[in-house]
Design a protein around this ligand. Structure first.
Ligand code: SF4
Length: 417
């Protein structure tokens, strides 16, 4: 167990983490026609005029049934149209995007996730570690190009410390980027990276959050969530935070007043029950943030698994190198319905689905096209075909092709002129 996590957060995480519902939980919903099933889920998503459940999370069995059904033909179109209608009701027709730059600082990593084609040991072919001056130069370039956000993520690098302190190294990095690109929002360090700094330095996660916020941290990517199911994590990422620990870390991040995104990596060895547990856990976390009027999750991002360059055991077990677009669109719509009013902003990944696939996802419940990125390495090294950068014009044209208005936004979804 991660000693850096607060006991209160671990206790609350135990209560909030939703376990994969078993088949019996779905039995009451199994005979429901598609329309009635979708209506039942949508009624939980946001209050409607009929006799509905309003803002209570949908029951786990209902979500399991939604995710288990083989959606085809008219039923699939009904699913898509319901998700699209809910998107319109919650956030309107405007498609948003953020002008940002990714900075994948280093791929040196102490862990060995079974899906990861990014990590390297130092000295191994393809290993890299960007110098501070180089990162500052890229930050300046991004600011000149109009970026409002720098997104920092990388491996868990055991050598990235200053006089033995990983936290001091991370602080120096944020301050250097802030100096190079003043006013640009720093969206940095996954819950896993933050806990890594804390554990290496022997301090609490709260100390890490306090010092990094003082150094300019504006929000946290909700990555390393993968699938919040202990069974799945034992295969995908046994060295990472457990699902309960990830939930505890996010509770602490939110309690600190720092917003985060939420993610789901899907399309590998997970089951519909695992997906149901993951989505409902995100709902529970957002409910906990709202109870305290905390910022919580700013968006939900579906990250389809790309297996082309993944380590062989998982790659052969999944048996697919690129995402199954139709399955991911179906999951996009299901996630929109389950997350409902709890997480209104939904973003597909053009890196993983290609821009054409991400644009299609705008018809399945998404309302945001993500960032320009300017450079992307993690998924590209896994064999993704979406490219490493998009221009604002390309993102605007993609959304405009659907006849939807387009607006640039900030990291936290304020619309820009
Ligand atoms: S996913 Fe992240 S933590 Fe896991 S091996 Fe890759 S870089 Fe390391």
């Amino acid at each position: 167990m991660a000693a850096a996590l607060a006991p209160w957060a671990l206790r609350q995480a135990e209560r909030l983490l939703v376990l994969p519902p078993d088949p019996a939980a779905a039995a009451p919903y199994r005979q429901l026609p598609a329309h009635d099933l979708l209506h039942a889920v949508a009624c939980h998503a946001t209050s409607c005029d009929a006799d509905c459940a309003g803002s209570l999370p949908p029951p786990p069995g209902l979500v399991r049934e939604l995710l288990c059904r083989p959606w085809r033909d008219e039923a699939l179109e009904l699913l898509r149209s319901q998700a699209d209608a809910l998107r319109r009701r919650l956030v309107g027709d405007t498609v948003t995007y953020v002008v940002n730059r990714n900075l994948n600082v280093s791929n040196h990593c102490v862990q060995h996730c079974s899906f990861c084609a990014f990590r390297r040991d130092p000295g191994e072919a393809g290993a890299y570690w960007l110098e501070l001056e180089e990162l500052q130069e890229r930050a300046r370039q991004a600011a000149r190009a109009g970026a409002t956000e720098l997104c920092l993520q990388g491996g868990l690098n055991p050598a990235a410390h200053l006089d033995g302190s990983h936290l001091a190294f991370a602080e120096r990095l944020l301050r250097a980027l802030h100096e190079a690109a003043p006013g640009v929002h720093l969206h940095a360090f996954s819950p896993q990276e933050l806990v890594f700094f804390a554990e290496r330095d022997g301090v609490s996660l709260d100390v890490v959050l306090e010092r990094l916020r003082a150094a300019g941290l504006g929000s946290v990517p909700g990555t390393a969530a993968e699938v919040l199911s202990e069974r799945v994590r034992r295969v995908l990422c046994p060295e990472k935070l457990t699902a309960r620990e990830w939930v505890a870390a996010v509770l602490q991040i939110h309690r600190f007043g720092l917003p985060s995104t939420s993610t789901l990596m899907a399309g590998h060895i997970e089951t519909p029950a695992d997906l149901a547990a993951h989505l409902l856990t995100l709902v529970a976390l957002q409910g906990a943030a709202r109870e305290r009027s905390l910022p919580g999750f700013s968006e939900f991002v579906l990250l389809p698994f790309v297996g082309q360059a993944a380590p062989a055991p998982l790659r052969s077990r999944v048996g697919r190198d690129q995402p199954d677009l139709q399955a991911m669109l179906c999951l996009t719509a299901q996630a929109r319905l389950v997350l409902g009013g709890w997480i209104p902003a939904h973003q597909p990944s053009w890196v993983k689905l290609t821009l054409a696939g991400a644009t299609e996802a705008l018809r399945w419940g998404c309302n945001d096209l993500g960032g320009t990125l300017m450079e992307e390495h993690i998924t590209t090294m896994a064999g993704a075909r979406g490219g490493t950068a998009q221009t604002p014009a390309a993102l605007a044209a993609a959304a405009g092709g659907l006849g939807r208005p387009v607006r640039q936004r900030t990291t936290l979804y304020a619309l820009l002129p």
